[in-house]
Design a binder for this molecule. Structure first.
Ligand code: FES
Ligand SMILES: [Fe+2]
Length: 343
């Protein structure tokens, strides 16, 4: 159920200060992450090759980490470089090390074949460090299959119902968005015309607006959305900017830990040209509240599916992107297990 040959977010950069060892579970693998003296991130198997103790309980020594059970020490490549009480170190004394890239304030880890770890496959995103955008980062743990969260992101009709108190947006379940196939996912676009602003900013944005929702969901679980609000009647399809009142990005990644748990890293923020810090506060509070609404719905859905996994589901028109993404994911997973690259 997991794609291996892809970059997964292991956390925000601020989750990993110098001197800390971070434990993460990604696609059923335990990782320990820490920083070398030059600040570069090391991601290694969180399992000592001696008696399988957890290395996140270890001690950083220079660029190396020492298992604090019986003292074996490993370098950033995972090779054992010290065994207390003996001179000879077997070449088998090695643990797995994973390729890591820090980009846009996210720590990305490649979980598959290291020879295929191409940094160009890291999706575009706007991080909290971008000087032009007031991005606010956050994260939540969902006790659910990550694919249910990806489904949720590919079908915004749920906004009308799940987020009726936070986002509102009756038009989300009306009509269908435009869906375009991308190399590694799908782009979803829709206009909401002459609509009230989202519920959580209605008190400062009264009246009616045109809103553009334009996002991509990329293999296996990265979501990047541009959301813009224009004065009603001023925005046209295409490159026209209309009378732009609020311009935002939200960048999100749903990272599978196990079959039953995922970690949701997300941010939302406005361009500094169109927003005040107050708007930034509202977006941050709004997205955190809304994602707790998703969490409640999706965790309950996950429990239902776990209890009776073979019961059939029915399809509706809004499932189009959800279904296409599942087909794409399965194609990647099958191609990996067959040892060939998916197209
Ligand atoms: S389990 Fe790590 S040194 Fe023994
Ligand atoms: Fe949602």
């Amino acid at each position: 159920m997991f794609v291996k040959n892809c970059w997964y977010v292991a956390g925000w950069d601020y989750d990993l200060p110098q001197g800390k060892v971070l434990a993460r579970t990604i696609i059923d693998r335990q990782l320990a992450l820490y920083r070398k003296q030059d600040g570069g991130v090391v991601a290694i198997e969180d399992r000592c090759c001696h008696r399988h103790a957890a290395l996140h309980l270890g001690q950083i020594e220079g660029d190396c980490i020492r298992c604090m059970y019986h003292g074996l020490k490993f370098d950033p490549s995972g090779r054992c470089v010290d065994i207390p009480g003996q001179d000879r170190i077997s070449p088998k004394a090695v643990i797995r090390s994973y390729p890591v890239v820090e980009r846009d304030n996210w720590i990305w880890v490649w979980m598959g074949d290291p020879a295929l770890a191409d940094p160009n496959l890291i999706p575009f995103s706007v991080g909290p460090g971008d000087p032009d955008w007031d991005m606010r980062p956050s994260s939540l743990v969902f006790d659910a299959d990550y694919r249910l969260v990806v489904d949720n992101l590919l079908d915004f009709s749920h906004i009308t119902y799940v987020h009726r108190k936070t986002f509102g947006g009756e038009q989300f379940s009306d009509g269908l968005p435009k869906i375009t196939k991308l190399d590694r996912g799908f782009r979803v676009e829709r206009w909401l015309r002459n609509a009230p602003a989202l519920v959580f900013i209605e008190h400062i944005m009264t009246g009616r607006y045109d809103m553009l929702v334009d996002y991509s969901v990329l293999m296996p679980c990265v979501f990047v959305m541009r959301f813009k609000i224009f004065a009603a009647g001023t925005a046209t399809e295409g490159p026209s900017n209309g009378q732009l009142l609020l311009d935002t990005w939200t960048c999100q990644s749903v990272v599978p830990a196990t079959a039953d748990q995922c970690v949701y890293y997300f941010s939302w923020g406005a361009s500094k040209e169109t927003a005040t810090p107050e708007i930034g506060d509202l977006l941050y509070a709004g997205i955190n509240k809304a994602f707790l609404e998703d969490k409640e719905m999706i965790e309950a859905q996950h429990r239902n599916i776990k209890l009776q996994p073979d019961l059939p589901m029915i399809g509706i028109a809004h499932d189009a992107a959800v279904n296409q993404m599942r087909i794409l994911m399965n194609r990647f997973i099958e191609a990996e297990s067959a040892g060939i690259a998916a197209e």
